[in-house]
Design a protein around this ligand. Structure first.
Ligand SMILES: O=P(O)(O)OC[C@H]1O[C@H](O[C@H]2O[C@H](CO)[C@@H](O)[C@H](O)[C@H]2O)[C@H](O)[C@@H](O)[C@@H]1O
Length: 268
């Protein structure tokens, strides 16, 4: 039987699901975590996936080639939220960490920054106002101003000074500025590598770092007429407009992501 031609963007949801179901054996689904699988909370430690997500991801993993979570969180955090999922791959810290064969594999070039990041987190706690939540992630430090948005400029200035002093990079996100090692790794690179042998891939994201993942799908489509990439944004008041404008489709919330996938699973 002749294969259906790749849908062109913009496309209908029905077309996207039909094409994906036809190529299930060469399809990967990638998901960001915060704001996509879990609703935003003031305290990052309190974040949990919406209840329907675990079952949906596990079912999805039985019908497509691969399901993976690609997050700025450490793999240890992702494991704590998804430890019951046996068939979902985990990329942490923008791909500096990967869960592989029962252990965390870390990008070697980033390892030398572990002591500096621990010191930086202590310094941030000492120097920044108490309302700023400092999240130490082993290879990076996130400075959260969600509960004190008026301190955004203070955080930005401090992060900039430290980045200059230590030769670090800054990743901005939803009410957060994160200091990272100067190692070339981002979600776009994870997706570029992850779709190398795929015929179809979907990526669900809500934040600035996810736009690089959308771009990686587009780049692959540009060089491979047989490849189909679907970029799905999740709406939010902070980065939503920018992320939506780079996506094929926007869903309202993490609950809507779970409902959308539940519906999509009926097509396989
Ligand atoms: O790549 P992700 O999985 O989306 O991680 C991005 C950042 O997510 C977390 O921060 C965001 O969610 C928090 C909990 O809902 C929220 O309080 C914060 O304002 C958001 O920016 C995480 O804590 C960060 O380390 C990640 O960089």
């Amino acid at each position: 039987m002749a294969e259906t031609a790749r849908p062109t963007h913009p496309l209908s949801i029905d077309e996207a699901w039909a094409f994906t179901a036809e190529r299930a054996s060469v399809t990967t689904f990638f998901f960001d975590f915060d704001g996509v699988l879990s609703p935003v909370t003031d305290d990052p430690d309190a974040s949990q996936p919406v209840p329907a997500v675990l079952g949906v991801l596990e079912r999805l993993a039985t019908v497509v080639a691969r399901v993976a979570i690609v997050s700025a969180r450490p793999v240890s955090f992702l494991r704590s939220r998804f430890e019951t999922l046996e068939h979902v791959d985990l990329y942490g810290l923008y791909g500096l960490e990967v869960w592989h064969d029962g252990e965390v594999v870390t990008e070697p070039a980033a390892l030398e920054f572990v002591p500096a990041m621990a010191r930086l987190a202590e310094q941030a706690r000492a120097e920044l106002p108490g309302e700023i939540l400092v999240e130490y992630k082993r290879l990076s430090v996130a400075l959260h101003y969600r509960v004190a948005p008026e301190l955004a400029a203070t955080v930005e200035r401090w992060a900039h000074e430290q980045a200059e002093r230590l030769g670090l990079r800054i990743q901005r996100g939803r009410m957060v500025a994160e200091l990272k090692p100067p190692v070339d790794q981002d979600k776009g690179m994870v997706i570029t590598e992850g779709v190398r042998n795929a015929g179809c891939a979907w990526y669900f994201g809500d934040d600035m770092s996810d736009i690089k993942a959308f771009d990686a799908l587009r780049a692959r489509e540009a060089v491979d007429p047989g490849f189909f990439g679907m970029a799905v944004a999740v709406a939010n008041p902070e980065t939503g407009a920018e992320v939506s404008s780079a996506a094929d489709l926007t869903l309202d919330s993490p609950d809507a992501v779970a409902a959308f996938l539940t519906d999509g699973l009926r097509r396989f």
